[in-house]
Design a protein around this ligand. Sequence first.
Ligand code: BG6
Ligand code: MG
Length: 215
Amino acid sequence: MDNKLQAVIFDLDGVLVTTDELHYEAWKKMADREGIPFDKEINNRLRGVSRVASCRIILEKATREYTDEEVEELCTFKNDFYVTLLDGIKPSDALPYARETLKALKDAGIKIAIGSSSKNTKKILTKLGLLEEFDAIADGTDITHSKPDPEVFLCAAKKLGIAPENCAVVEDALAGIEAAKAGGMTAVAISDARRSEIADERIDTLKDLLPIVLG
Ligand code: BG6
Ligand code: MG
């Protein structure tokens, strides 16, 4: 129990919705086109990382150098396909206990925010029917440094008007856990981030968040 907590900042992709799988599918299409090996292990390194930085990680396995213009084209190719995949998202695609957990936090007077590196955040929240649920949204359009830099979480805390030390962050990305700690927040790891050695808490599902925040 940590009753100093007044707000929870949620990462989006891989925490509230399985768009991490769609990112994988879209990057795989790009990598296959270019003849670059790409698998789920490499994909785990892209969690929380910006689009361009993700592309550069995939290109580590390429057999030639890519110019900045080519990287931009690869990102556009990936995102154009990714956005068509997002069109298929329905409210029922929210991950287990997402809606119930958000409601329980709000009912208890805890502020809730999004802290995501994605520039597609508002589109995804709209498709899920969750856009109006949050007290603040900080996303890839608000920041210049992506996770593990704490900028997106500090931006969310500022929009909420809550001090970082009174915020918990829920993350599926190792880079996101690092960002939360660098921002002075309580870092709660779910999914792939459970292997983090620096997370403050590890949860199996979102409902496990409630005793941590509410006591
Ligand atoms: C993060 C994902 O939420 O957003 C990353 O975990 C992704 O994998 C990043 O690269 C940027 O997303 P987008 O939608 O702006 O390409
Ligand atoms: Mg994520």
